[in-house]
Design a protein around this ligand. Structure first.
Ligand SMILES: Nc1ncnc2c1ncn2[C@@H]1O[C@H](COP(=O)(O)OP(=O)(O)OP(=O)(O)O)[C@@H](O)[C@H]1O
Length: 253
């Protein structure tokens, strides 16, 4: 098994707070890997360390066989990132943004133009492609950012909440694009709070809580680990030991 992402003993401290507390991850090539956890569990912090945006306090990260600490540029050349908060040049149009991204990755002008046209089509942005990004809705911005992350055909794609704020038609289109990518060997590592999407797409899943992994494996393996036969949502709630909400305390409601 060829590994695309390998993390060993990953730790991140923000001052006195330990946000990620010694996690190990193994993600194989072509895998659709879901990374789940409650709010504040350490998902974004982990993704930032796996993509070289944040230096780990301790531990090692290998992506596509390259060591993040000593070969960061080799890693960055072969990965695509959709961060939780998109960072786009909003005074560019969607088309200009994608042309810029393609050329930054060293694609030829013709190749960049072809891929820009195809991506704008798939993301249902063709008719808005000459509008400034600053005037786009949140979902439209997310789609431009995703297209920019895909333009160089990354070997490993990191997506932090890719479906947040995206309408169902585009969710389906994006899902199909992501599936096609994994069929062509791209590895996808993504976080999401939408359990149905994760259940439908992921080959393996890791669950993080308070900075530590509380489960890692296929859905069947996680079900066994949790002793819970139901949907992924039930397995997740069991593994993070979520307690029932006590609305009876909200007497003023
Ligand atoms: N730059 C920062 N400085 C200080 N603390 C931070 C910083 N970024 C994150 N944290 C803290 O680290 C912990 C993990 O945060 P992180 O954003 O990784 O969680 P998450 O699992 O992505 O959450 P969510 O699902 O809400 O996006 C939280 O307690 C958060 O407050």
């Amino acid at each position: 098994m060829q590994l695309s992402i390998q993390a060993r003993g990953l730790v991140k401290d923000y001052g006195k707070q330990r946000a990620v507390d010694g996690i190990d991850l193994d993600v194989a090539e072509g895998e659709f890997f879901g990374f789940l956890g409650p709010n504040g569990a350490g998902k974004s912090t982990t993704i930032k360390m796996l993509t070289g945006m944040l230096r780990p306090t301790q531990g090692q990260v290998l992506v596509a066989g390259y060591d993040m600490a000593s070969q960061p540029l080799d890693v960055k050349r072969v990965i695509g990132i959709l961060p939780e908060e998109t960072s786009l040049y909003e005074r560019l149009t969607a088309r200009e943004m994608l042309l810029f991204a393609g050329q930054m990755y060293g694609l030829s002008r013709t190749e960049t133009e072809e891929r820009t046209r195809d991506l704008l089509g798939v993301m249902e942005l063709a008719s808005d492609s000459d509008k400034l990004i600053v005037d786009f809705s949140m979902g439209m911005k997310k789609k431009v950012a995703l297209a920019a992350a895909l333009i160089h055909r990354p070997r490993v794609l990191f997506l932090d909440e890719p479906f947040n704020g995206i309408d169902p038609i585009s969710v389906r289109a994006i899902r199909d694009v992501l599936k096609a990518l994994t069929e062509h060997g791209t590895t996808i590592f993504f976080t999401s709070h939408v359990m149905e999407v994760v259940e439908r797409l992921c080959t393996r899943i890791a669950i993080i809580q308070k900075g530590k992994l509380v489960g890692q494996g296929t859905i069947a393996e996680l079900r066994e680990q949790a002793g819970e036969d139901g949907a992924l949502e039930d397995v997740f709630l069991k593994l993070v030991s979520a307690e029932a909400t006590h609305t009876e305390n909200l007497t003023w409601l």
